[in-house]
Design a binder for this molecule. Structure first.
Ligand SMILES: [Zn+2]
Length: 483
């Protein structure tokens, strides 16, 4: 493989996480894929300890009655009669939390791998952040045909400017009319929000805003301005170090942010001139206006790994080979850049959390980038959030309560309460004691349907895990190059 191609693969592998900034969610579209099992019954979970993800309170020996897809009753097991026609699941000694959401994923055409992995890992909802429009129809058709899948909200294709790459999940726009048409295409596919990339030129960005009354953020727009424009989430904390720097103006004047590496370097440089007064003003605005940072700490760490993650046994071999190629092609400069990002970003999470800004858990999971494992990476992210200063309860909120608030679906989602949709995870261990206990999954309830962990695991395929050193030199293995 030529050096040029290796560089290209590396660049593609990071473009997905670095460039995009902002998403606005709106009320249009029908992004909630409906999951309708053929038959339903009354499901009863007995003797469960319910984790209140709002307060952190634990209530033990509870009976949860689920009728169709909703929680119809919760009460003490001693005082609750169980209908004799019900399916009863003993949850003694187990902790019940709301189903988890990964708020930043890319499904591409990997849904056959991704859906079972999400469910086996307790992920009952995902926010899809950019895909080829044709793939949306494929997911929808499979779900309608009965394939168990997490709830899905999606952006459609990402809107970008600049020279066209061959990224299948992007629409490269040149004119305002193209920008408007792109919004209409996404809306026609039922998109829940519009996502734009950092290199969408401002006039096209304004056309996008005008067309859909949804907003995006090009590089030229500052984080402070973004709030005024009505952004709803900021991905990867991108732009926040610049926005909280005492020399923001100088950075905008002097730094070359025309590409990814330049932008990242500007961010790292800006982190050295952090201005707490300016930051607090910005963070207060985040809270006032409901702007949700999505740190995706796991993204940068996965990409910095110099070996294939051993848990990649869930990832098809050709994808692992592609990852190994990217790892092998990584230059010392690229490794250094990733290390610098990884050493600065957690500090911003700590500052946001200290300022009381609620966040969303997201991973950027995709097979286009190294070492992402659908579902598994979300638990890594929760752990990283705790390492950055969140309590286990706060971390749990980023994947339950906060997504429900962000999606304006608190009436249906986010807590274990009567009247809400029955998306639940049964854990063997208390997640508030140690956030890593979110992996101690015993069963998942999706839309009222009980799925035991063993059943979920059986739906997940496994593959041998390869090593970077397993890669043979030229000629390269067919299909190993990045798309
Ligand atoms: Zn992404």
């Amino acid at each position: 493989m030529s050096l040029k191609k290796k560089m290209c693969n590396f660049r593609k592998s990071i473009v997905g996480f670095m460039a995009l900034l902002i998403v606005l969610a709106g009320g249009t579209g029908t992004g909630y894929a409906s999951i309708e099992p053929a038959t339903r019954q009354t499901l009863v979970l007995q003797h469960a300890t319910i984790v209140d993800v709002t307060s952190g309170k634990l209530t033990n020996d509870q009976t949860i009655i689920i009728q169709d897809n909703k929680i119809s009753y919760i009460g003490n097991s001693k005082q609750t009669a169980v209908p004799d026609y019900a399916q009863v699941r003993d949850a003694s000694g187990q902790f019940v939390i709301p189903g988890l959401w990964d708020m930043h994923v890319h499904l591409e055409n990997n849904y056959k791998n991704a859906f079972p992995l999400f469910l086996a890992n307790g992920v009952t909802g995902v926010r899809e952040m950019g895909a080829a429009l044709k793939n949306i129809d494929v997911w929808k058709t499979s779900i309608q045909a009965g394939m168990p899948a997490p709830r899905l909200v999606y952006a459609g294709s990402t809107l970008n400017g600049g020279p066209a790459d061959d990224a299948p999940h992007m629409l490269y726009l040149k004119t305002e009319e193209e920008a408007r048409e792109a919004v209409r295409l996404n809306v026609a596919k039922g998109a829940d929000h519009i996502k734009v990339y950092s290199w969408l030129p401002r006039p096209l960005f304004l056309a996008v805003m005008d067309e859909a009354q949804k907003y995006g953020l090009p590089v030229e727009v500052r984080a402070s301005e973004a709030i005024q424009l009505g952004f709803k989430s900021i991905e990867h904390l991108h732009g926040l170090f610049i926005a909280t720097s005492s020399i923001e103006d100088d950075i905008f004047k002097n730094a070359d942010m025309s590409d990814l590496a330049g932008y990242s370097l500007a961010e790292i440089e800006a982190s050295k001139s952090y201005d707490p007064v300016k930051a607090n003003k910005l963070f207060r605005k985040f809270k006032e206006k409901g702007v949700w940072p999505v740190p995706t700490l796991v993204t940068y760490l996965n990409m910095a790994k110099t070996e294939i993650d051993p848990r990649s046994k869930y990832v098809p071999t050709d994808v692992q080979k592609q990852w190994a190629e990217v790892i092998r092609a990584m230059s010392p400069e690229q490794a250094e850049l990733l290390a610098a990002i990884n050493s600065t970003t957690p500090g911003m999470v700590t500052k946001l959390n200290d300022a009381g800004v609620p966040m969303l858990a997201g991973t950027d999971s995709s097979y286009e980038m190294n070492n992402f494992i659908y579902g598994v990476s979300l638990h890594d992210e929760l752990e990283l959030l705790v390492k950055s200063g969140l309590t286990p309860l706060q971390a749990l909120q980023t994947a339950t309560l906060n997504p429900a608030k962000y999606l304006e679906r608190e009436q249906d989602l986010g807590t274990v309460e009567k009247g809400k949709l029955a998306d639940l995870v049964l854990l063997d261990k208390n997640p508030l004691e140690d956030i890593r206990n979110t992996t101690s999954i015993s069963a998942v309830v999706l839309d009222g349907k009980l799925m035991e962990k063993q059943t979920l695991d059986r739906a997940v395929k496994t593959y041998p895990v390869i090593k970077v050193s397993d890669l043979k030199d030229e000629p390269e293995v067919p299909g190993s190059s990045a798309k």
